[in-house]
Write a protein that binds this ligand. Structure first.
Ligand code: DC
Length: 220
């Protein structure tokens, strides 16, 4: 039987990349929950809804047609917004809407529904603590803010997006603070999560470590 796997940690710690590799190796599906908060922020910008207007944001979420495809594409009201939700502006906006209790409740319910049959790797901030409290495997990925900013610069350059190191570092620090200090489900390591600091590890090393943890927990 396929289980669900929880991966949490601060922004740009490599959660999505690792989740993609694991999904491929294990035959699981990766659900990027951060992309869902990003889609909400993007939709709010588009509809000019203030990001702190909880009632309007919640109504907007109820009306929105959000499809998280197994290949990672994000389809909002029939339009592929996978690239549009990756800008710095949408990153900060996602952190802003993620503070709203109503927004979190709506998205957590969607996430739990998507993965109810197992076989999913979810990455986010509250997966091990809220969304998949009973997940048999919980990983908490961290890295220094500098290492994360450096990686994001490279990623953005590859995608032809904004790639100013100082700006990205400042945004990462600001988002860390917001995500860790918000009132509802702040980013925190679940008691039973295994923490991996990836600052001095390459992708292969992190993947091997996580696969080992999964094998130990599941016997696979
Ligand atoms: O993982 P990401 O950088 O794409 O996430 C964007 C924002 O969404 C992040 O700043 C915090 C929020 N988020 C959250 O609160 N809970 C999640 N499970 C995933 C993301």
């Amino acid at each position: 039987m396929k289980i669900n796997i929880a991966i949490d940690g601060p922004s740009a710690a490599g959660k999505s990349t690792i989740a993609d590799i694991l999904a491929e190796r294990l035959g699981y599906t990766h659900l990027d929950t951060g992309a869902m908060y990003r889609a909400v922020a993007y939709d709010a910008f588009r509809k000019q809804i203030p990001l702190d207007d909880e009632n309007r944001i919640v109504s907007m979420i109820e009306a929105m047609d959000l499809q998280m495809l197994p290949d990672g594409r994000v389809i909002l009201d029939g339009e592929d917004v996978s690239d549009e939700i990756r800008t710095n502006e949408v990153s900060m906006g996602a952190s802003d809407v993620s503070k709203l209790e109503g927004c979190r409740k709506a998205l957590v319910a969607m996430q739990q529904k998507i993965c109810e049959e197992g076989g999913y790797i979810l990455d986010g901030r509250d997966i091990g603590t809220v969304v998949l409290k009973d997940a048999p495997v919980k990983i908490y990925l961290t890295a220094s803010a500098e290492a994360r900013a450096q990686r994001r610069v490279l990623q953005n350059q590859e995608k032809g997006l904004e790639a100013d190191y100082e700006q990205i570092l400042e945004d990462i620090r600001k988002r860390d603070y917001q995500d860790m200090h918000r009132e509802f489900s702040p980013l925190t390591k679940a008691e039973d999560a295994i923490e991996i600091d990836t600052s001095d590890l390459n992708l292969e090393e992190v993947t091997d470590l996580v696969l080992k943890i999964i094998a130990e927990k599941t016997g696979d």
